[in-house]
Ligand binder design. Structure first.
Ligand SMILES: [Ca+2]
Ligand SMILES: [Ca+2]
Length: 190
């Protein structure tokens, strides 16, 4: 069964044809870094399913708040689904944005990165970002149209939709289609 879902005022997205059983990652998928940092995330580490947009340039992301001024954003992490879609694509785009108090705002960094197969894709930002208020967002942006794209993994349940955002590439909307996406960020705060 193919699951279709229409976001209100948004483009279509699609999930894998066969929903897999939860796969609990054996090791803690923290960023393998010598930094004395902290990995922030909302997912539980399980890989239950994945989602993709029909058209590239759209994506999903999270609002993060460290509660600490002058937070340094060091790296972003994503778990790309390994077996869907087919043929898929090896690259996707990360984006870090500022937070205007109620929604994602100015893009602080963005670029295309190559996925890691079978593990988390961790990407050290070319230049660490110092965020003055510790409120920011991290997005996954799909490259390519379905099925020539990555699938972003989701965990097995959604506990709190508050930090969830999607984008059509330029504007942002609140909410996710289903569970928590496996998007993480490594920060260091004073
Ligand atoms: Ca900020
Ligand atoms: Ca969850």
């Amino acid at each position: 069964m193919v699951v279709f879902l229409f976001l209100i005022c948004g483009p279509k997205i699609i999930s894998p044809q066969k929903i897999s059983k939860p796969i609990v990652v054996s090791s803690s998928p923290q960023h393998p870094s010598p930094y004395v940092g902290e990995t922030l995330y909302y997912d539980d580490g399980s890989i239950y399913s994945a989602w993709a947009w029909y058209y590239g340039g759209r994506g999903w992301g999270y609002y993060f708040s460290t509660g600490t001024p002058n937070t340094t954003i060091l790296a972003v992490g994503y778990r790309i689904y390994d077996t869907w879609p087919v043929p898929g694509l090896n690259t996707f785009t990360y984006r870090v944005t500022d937070w205007d108090g109620s929604a994602p705002s100015t893009t602080l960094d963005e670029g295309s990165i190559t996925k890691t197969t079978g593990d988390w894709t961790w990407y050290d930002l070319p230049s660490a970002i110092t965020d003055s208020d510790g409120d920011f967002c991290v997005f996954y942006i799909q490259e390519g149209n379905y099925p020539n794209c990555c699938g972003l993994s989701e965990d097995q349940a959604q506990e709190d939709p508050t930090p969830d955002w999607w984008t059509d590439g330029s504007s942002y909307g609140h909410g996710f289609p289903r569970n928590d996406f496996l998007i993480r960020v490594l920060i260091d705060s004073p």
